[in-house]
Design a protein around this ligand. Structure first.
Ligand code: UDX
Length: 451
């Protein structure tokens, strides 16, 4: 099928690239002409494992094109996926002006029937507004529009795999034609009929195919917010358990492992630490609380989830203070800047929030991240970005692990011990083993585990 993708951010690029990978003809546009020029030059504006290969291959095969002209993009597709940003407003609600702008563009420029698919995360009832906007702005052209909601559940760092091997595909529609069109679009994924860039040349693992869930548009929109908020809730629950484990002398990892083995609960998203960040979970949670309030529902449970998450930074700062007493003027190394491992994204990163607190205390912060250093430089220019974890640790009086990069586990910790003035580590992601660190001579604190 011919498909246009509007918005070339994380969601748009993964969606466009993967739809091309499974056989569709894609034109992807963005109002940032520089971004399109970068993509046309064969470079990616983001780091996402596997995406470079998918984009290079599908462009070479002629199935993926980039265009800085949104009018051409609208003309090209029978279906149009809206993948623009919905950033938070000061009141916590989602800023839907980019969606409105795209609705106007599609309504003004479409000359043939279009299936308009909301991929961006939006509050429930946005689909209704989108339909209305398309009808109002497009009243002269009389083009037929169908609207659908198809929320993404892509995690940064594994987004390509998540797209091609999802647990479920949710489509919110209010007519059968839209459902059929979306089914046709996703058929290769549902039937596993594509050359999987991960598992090729071997066949994909023999796991059940994704569930195909057809819902109303309102339900689909609600599913997205409900899923992300529940994940946030699980993390905050684990973080509170960690605080309790610290007080009671229990080990949070033993507790959450056992709790998560109950299939009714599930083991993922129970890692205690510095809390959740990134461009989705915090903003979606906020927008969901705002939506609930607007709808007359006091979802105070989720307000608590947010509050607990904000408190994680202070919790870690207090641990640092325990080892250093005064932080002013002291060199502190921070390992990790990205909001989680396997991404270069520093938006709403707890590591950055932690660094800002350390700076406010007058600490002299140096930091290292395997992928996010460049992006962090713009956000915290006052921090010295080190070229290696060992350089960051040199003569440091404390070292904090702020992002769960696996490679931090495999560092030469003896070398780090010898490089530091005060071998004192706060492991805010529970990456390392307490007894091993103690054996190396570190003063070592982690989260929810015996110190
Ligand atoms: C999330 C959702 O998972 C995805 O479905 C949605 O579409 C977009 O938002 P992402 O933002 O890529 O994906 O990050 P995710 O893997 O969910 O992690 C979010 C944050 O939670 C990170 O800061 C991570 O470090 C933290 N986290 C995650 C924990 O603190 N503990 C955990 O157990 C899991």
């Amino acid at each position: 099928m011919k498909i246009s993708v509007i918005g070339a951010g994380y969601v748009g690029l993964v969606t466009g690239g993967c739809l091309a990978e499974i056989g569709h003809e894609i034109v992807c546009t963005d109002n940032d002409a520089e971004k399109i020029a970068t993509l046309e030059a064969g470079r990616l504006p983001i780091y996402e494992p596997g995406l470079d290969g998918v984009i290079a291959k599908t462009r070479k095969q002629g199935r993926l094109k980039f265009s800085a002209n949104p009018v051409d993009a609208v003309a090209a597709g029978d279906a149009i996926f809206i993948c623009v940003g919905t950033p938070p407003l000061p009141n916590g609600g989602a800023d839907l002006s980019a969606i409105d702008h795209v609705a106007r563009l599609i309504a003004n420029e479409a000359r043939s029937p279009k299936l308009v698919v909301e991929k961006s995360t939006v509050p429930a009832q946005t689909g209704q507004e989108l339909k209305r906007a398309l009808a109002v702005y497009g009243r002269k052209s009389k083009v037929e529009f169908r609207v659908a909601s198809n929320p993404e559940f892509l995690r940064e760092g594994t987004a390509v795999e998540d797209f091609l091997h999802p647990d479920r595909i949710v489509v919110g529609v209010d007519d059968e034609v839209a459902e059929k069109q979306l089914h046709e679009i996703y058929r290769p994924v549902l039937e596993r009929k594509f050359n999987c860039p991960f598992h090729a040349p071997s066949p994909c693992p023999d796991v059940p195919p994704p569930a195909w869930l057809v819902t109303t548009i309102n339900s689909a929109e609600l599913i997205k917010h409900a899923s992300n908020s529940f994940l946030a809730l699980k993390i905050s629950y684990a973080n509170m358990l960690a605080d309790l484990a610290e007080r009671l002398g229990a080990d949070i990892q033993q507790v959450t492992r056992a709790v998560g083995m109950d299939s009714r609960i599930g083991g993922s998203f129970l890692n205690a630490g510095l809390g959740f960040g990134g461009f989705c979970l915090p903003k979606d949670l906020q927008a969901f609380v705002h939506l609930a309030e607007k709808s007359g529902v006091d979802f105070s449970l989720l307000k608590e989830v947010e509050k607990i998450n904000k408190g994680r930074i202070r919790h870690v700062i207090e641990k640092v203070r325990r080892g250093l007493w005064v932080m002013k003027g002291k060199p502190i190394a921070v390992l990790g800047l990205a909001f989680k491992a396997n991404t270069d994204d520093v938006r709403f990163s707890p590591a950055i929030d932690l660094i800002l607190e350390l700076l406010a205390e007058g600490a002299n912060v140096r930091a290292f991240d395997p992928e996010a250093s460049e992006k962090a430089r713009d956000v915290v220019p006052q921090v010295k970005i080190s070229e290696s974890p060992y350089a960051a640790a040199r003569e440091a009086e404390a070292l904090i692990i702020a992002t769960e990069w696996k490679q931090f586990r495999d560092l030469d910790w003896q070398r780090i011990h010898d490089a530091m003035t005060h071998p004192f580590v706060v492991d805010a992601r529970n990456l390392l083993s307490g007894p091993e660190m103690k054996q190396l001579g570190f003063e070592y604190y982690s989260i929810g585990r015996p110190d």
